[in-house]
Design a protein around this ligand. Structure first.
Ligand SMILES: [Zn+2]
Length: 88
């Protein structure tokens, strides 16, 4: 019986948590180049984060795709309806 050196993994996890915490900003290009580079470097060096990052990227892309990019403003939609009514 003994510790299996899990404390080392915790240190790694902390770095990963910090990297993943900024992934959203990274994906939205909200980070300065130096911070974005730091995350890119960590993701390429860390297999665990790379997996997580790919999941995050996939989820973000799914969210972006599910949202209509060009939403017609309510005023424009109303105007189109009015046009249809007056054309009769
Ligand atoms: Zn990591």
């Amino acid at each position: 019986m003994g510790t299996m050196g899990t404390s080392q993994e915790h240190d790694e996890m902390d770095e990963c948590v910090q990297a993943l915490a900024r992934v959203h900003s990274f994906l939205h290009n909200e980070l300065v180049e130096a911070d974005a580079d730091a995350i890119r470097v960590h993701l390429h060096a860390c297999e665990r984060c790379m997996e997580n990052f790919e999941i995050e990227t996939t989820i973000t892309e799914m969210i972006v795709r599910s949202q209509p990019v060009q939403q017609a403003p309510a005023a424009l939609a109303a105007r189109i309806q009015t046009m249809r009514l007056t054309r009769r």
